[in-house]
Write a protein that binds this ligand. Structure first.
Ligand SMILES: NC(=O)c1ccc[n+]([C@@H]2O[C@H](COP(=O)([O-])OP(=O)(O)OC[C@H]3O[C@@H](n4cnc5c(N)ncnc54)[C@H](OP(=O)(O)O)[C@@H]3O)[C@@H](O)[C@H]2O)c1
Length: 343
């Protein structure tokens, strides 16, 4: 009897969301497993990373990377295993990172993948603390935020993939670290496990007062991950010469029109001017030359137990749409990944 034909499940973008994405924006398709051509690799997905930027790729607006086209496989970084190789130097069973998307299998050229160092503590770390989000935290904080010992660093989405690493590196550099997170459980984790000096809840009506109390000497580095109410609470507290690496604005990713209410741009830019604040947006793609330094430092910090790392692992590719919807609501606790195959 023949073995059952393997299939490739894949999620395509079926419709562009208005506001919060819904399950109907994605369609699950089943196709035969593709075949690797000359110079190509057939990859099977082990882990798929779910990240806030994916929401932006669902919009048809100009950005630093083109959007996902309607009918195209949703984009996403993966840890994948080589199932078939027509490339010298790649063997069946090799583990790689790739942008293979929300699917079981993908065919890619060798230059589109990177081998994973066998010494990695867990495979999925290549999508988080030892991968893109970790590098983002490292370059955003150290190269742009330039924190000095004794300064106060504030970071939002404080228990997430980027924020948790930002705060812990700032502690290693001798700073006072104040996190902003959604809910008491996450705030408690930021202080007790990650070692932050304080953490305030952005869902609390007293956010401004609580942040001011946690930052008695003002804020020297605000690592901007979120925007929204957190940014409004931060602006009055920024010190002369503060630095604001603008990494992400997740509180606004689901906006389909500008919010009602007081426009705080005048207050923000007046602060920027009077206090000579440096605000710099950055995209991690422009900083991959820092990967060797990042890997060396982060591997050592993990090994020494100076960086703690938490993941939330969803099971099965089919949980990806709900996972992304939940991520944008703050339902994840730690770096969100999907286990697609293997253990
Ligand atoms: N510039 C770059 O190259 C680059 C690269 C990677 C990531 N990023 C950005 O970095 C940020 C963090 O990404 P991540 O991968 O580490 O995600 P994450 O923190 O693991 O997950 C997203 C978190 O955002 C928070 N959030 C959602 N809605 C919010 C709201 N209205 N107000 C405040 N917080 C809200 C939630 O945490 P709480 O429950 O604590 O609110 C949620 O858990 C995102 O903005 C992302 O786009 C930028």
């Amino acid at each position: 009897m023949n073995a059952p034909q393997a299939i490739n499940r894949r999620f395509i973008l079926a419709r562009r969301p208005r506001g919060e994405p819904t399950l109907g924006d994605f369609t699950l398709e089943k196709h035969p497993v593709p075949t690797a051509g000359p110079g190509q690799l057939l990859l099977r997905t082990r882990y798929l990373s779910l990240d806030p930027y994916m929401r932006g790729r669902m919009n048809d607006v100009p950005s630093y990377v083109p959007p996902v086209a309607l009918g195209e496989v949703m984009t996403g970084q993966t840890v994948s295993v080589v199932e078939a190789s027509n490339v010298e130097g790649f063997e069946v069973g090799d583990l790689v990172t790739a942008v293979a998307g929300w699917q079981d299998y993908a065919v890619l050229d060798a230059k589109q993948v990177a081998k994973i160092d066998a010494s990695i503590p867990r495979l999925s770390y290549a999508l988080g603390v030892l991968g893109m989000p970790g590098l983002t935290a490292y370059v955003g904080l150290l190269d742009i935020g330039a924190p000095k010992a004794g300064e106060t660093v504030v970071v939002g989405a404080a228990t997430g993939a980027v924020g948790s690493v930002v705060g812990q590196i700032a502690k290693i550099k001798g700073c006072r670290v104040v996190g902003v997170a959604g809910g008491a459980e996450k705030c408690d984790y930021a202080v007790r496990t990650l070692g932050f000096d304080a953490c305030v809840d952005h869902r609390d009506a007293g956010l401004r007062e609580a942040l001011a109390a946690a930052c008695p000497k003002g804020i020297d580095v605000y690592f901007e991950n979120v925007g929204g109410a957190t940014l409004a609470a931060v602006v009055p507290l920024l010190n002369i010469g503060a630095r604001v690496p603008v990494c992400g604005l997740v509180a606004w990713y689901n906006l389909d029109k500008l919010p009602e209410g007081v426009d705080r741009t005048p207050q923000f830019l007046t602060q920027v001017l009077k206090k000579r604040i440096k605000v710099q947006g950055f995209i991690v793609f422009d900083h991959y030359q820092r990967m060797p330094d990042f890997h060396k430092d982060m591997s050592a910090w993990l090994q020494e137990g100076r960086i703690k790392y938490r993941e939330e692992v969803l099971d099965d590719l089919e949980s990806a749409p709900q996972g992304l919807i939940g991520l944008l609501r703050g339902e994840n606790f730690g770096k969100l990944v999907v286990r697609v195959s293997g253990s």
